[in-house]
Design a protein around this ligand. Structure first.
Ligand SMILES: [Zn+2]
Length: 438
């Protein structure tokens, strides 16, 4: 057992369950709390005065008197090669890919470029309080290699994979079923389970993979059952029509992935907006995860994710929340919560603040099946921690004067907050981001 090296003091909030089902017993709040870190893990969490009394003087103490200390945020769907096409104008999904994303991604065969962007991307996540993400790289194995190397150097827990794409894409971005399989296999052997790195087999979506390639993806998952699978599903009407034309034998879009063995509890499906009932059944029965990406769905004009339907007891879906940068418009999971709230408001649904913060911490950890490692502040968990400041801007500080409850403070943070509201971010117990001037 390592000796305590650091302690973080402030107002501590963590979840042990989903407030939507477990109510107020789902969260724990300590007004003057302390998190003690040893060997990159959380050793103790409790009342600050009692824990401080027994800590040796050698322990580094970071005190945030007004700060709200939460588990590091988790993003279940994001593209690291799209940091320079975020905020690209005027297109829906298939045009957006053709005009912007699939042009930009051609740069990532260059390992130097990939490494530089991976560094920027991981810095940007830390600045936004995000400590884990499920990440799409480009089709080039070099892009995944650069990403994992950079993440391993920072000791961040990341899930990532090289995109598989062997048709309906620029020639420079195509692999083949055989090459994609071999490259993925080599990357899994090199990176899956190395330090905090985890691999996701990543067919971009059914339109850009042949049946042979989807078949190979299924083989990879059977050979490596503890790897993830990530892809896109039912985001846009034209996309769905194209899938229908490419796979005339399939009952629906989801059944294409099902046919090749790509559904399951470690499978993450971005968007899931226009699902038919049969698709909900397939996803529900396989324990697959739907990633709700509100800023992207609004920006690309894809549609509104129906959370109530996802919770339908007939076919309940596991749901993760995600930014989907660069179709999404913010790296911030606080901004993402704000847009999720509005997407639900438009459908006469709601998103209470405690449920929202559960979603981007323990909820997303559960979506990734990593709840025994990350997503909560409890002894034994990896020490990924985000410190929030509800008075980050003059408008927020002004609004705070009328705030009386924790729920009101959280709702302010998710409605007006962004990267400016992140005071500090800790990754495996190391402070990797401190807000300047804060
Ligand atoms: Zn995406």
């Amino acid at each position: 057992m390592s000796k305590p090296s650091r302690a973080i003091r402030g107002r501590v909030l963590t979840f042990n369950d989903d407030p939507q089902t477990a109510g107020s017993a789902a969260h724990e709040f300590i007004e003057d709390g302390l998190i003690v870190i040893a060997g990159g893990h959380i050793a103790e969490v409790g009342e600050a005065p009692a824990l401080l009394a027994k800590l040796p003087d050698s322990v580094m103490l970071d005190h945030y008197p007004d700060g709200l200390i939460l588990p590091g945020f988790i993003d279940t769907h994001i593209h690291y090669p799209q940091t320079q096409v975020i905020a690209s104008y005027g297109a829906q999904l298939l045009d957006w890919l053709e005009r912007y994303a699939l042009v930009e991604e051609q740069r990532f065969g260059d390992p130097g470029h990939a490494a530089a962007v991976a560094g920027f991307f991981l810095d940007e996540l830390a600045r936004n309080g995000t400590t884990t993400a499920a990440v799409y790289c480009s089709v080039h194995p070099e892009s995944a290699e650069a990403f994992f190397a950079e993440s391993d150097r920072r000791n961040t827990r990341m899930v990532a994979g090289k995109v598989l794409m062997d048709r309906n894409a620029p020639a420079a971005l195509q692999d083949t079923a055989e090459r994609g399989y071999a490259q993925t296999k080599a990357l899994i052997e090199r990176w899956h389970g190395k330090g905090r790195q985890l691999y996701a087999v990543t067919p971009r979506f059914a339109i850009t993979s042949s049946e042979a390639q989807l078949e190979a993806a299924g083989v990879l998952l059977r050979e490596h059952p503890d790897c993830y699978m990530q892809t896109h599903l039912s985001e846009n009407r034209r996309e769905i029509e194209t899938v229908r034309a490419l796979f005339p034998w399939a009952e629906n879009y989801t059944s294409v992935y099902d046919r090749f063995g790509l559904l399951g509890p470690r499978s993450l499906f971005g968007h899931c907006i226009h699902l038919e009932e049969g698709e909900r059944r397939l996803l529900s029965e396989s324990g697959s995860v739907a990633a709700f990406c509100p800023t992207s769905n609004l920006f690309i004009g894809s549609g509104l994710f129906d959370l109530a339907k996802a919770r339908d007891p007939a076919f309940p879906l596991r749901v993760g929340l995600a930014t989907d940068v660069g179709g999404g418009t913010s790296y911030s999971l606080l901004r993402t919560l704000a847009e999720a709230y509005k997407v639900l408001q438009l459908q006469d649904q709601n998103l209470p603040a405690l449920e929202a913060f559960y979603a981007i911490t323990l909820g997303n950890a559960r979506a990734l099946g990593l709840e025994d490692r990350i997503g909560s502040l409890a002894p034994g968990r990896e020490a990924d921690v985000t410190v929030l400041d509800a008075k980050a801007t003059p408008a927020m500080a002004h609004r705070c004067e009328r705030i009386e409850t924790l729920e009101e403070e959280l709702f302010l943070l998710m409605t007006l907050g962004d990267d400016r509201a992140i005071s500090a971010t800790y990754i495996a117990g190391e402070r990797r981001h401190v807000r300047s001037g804060g």
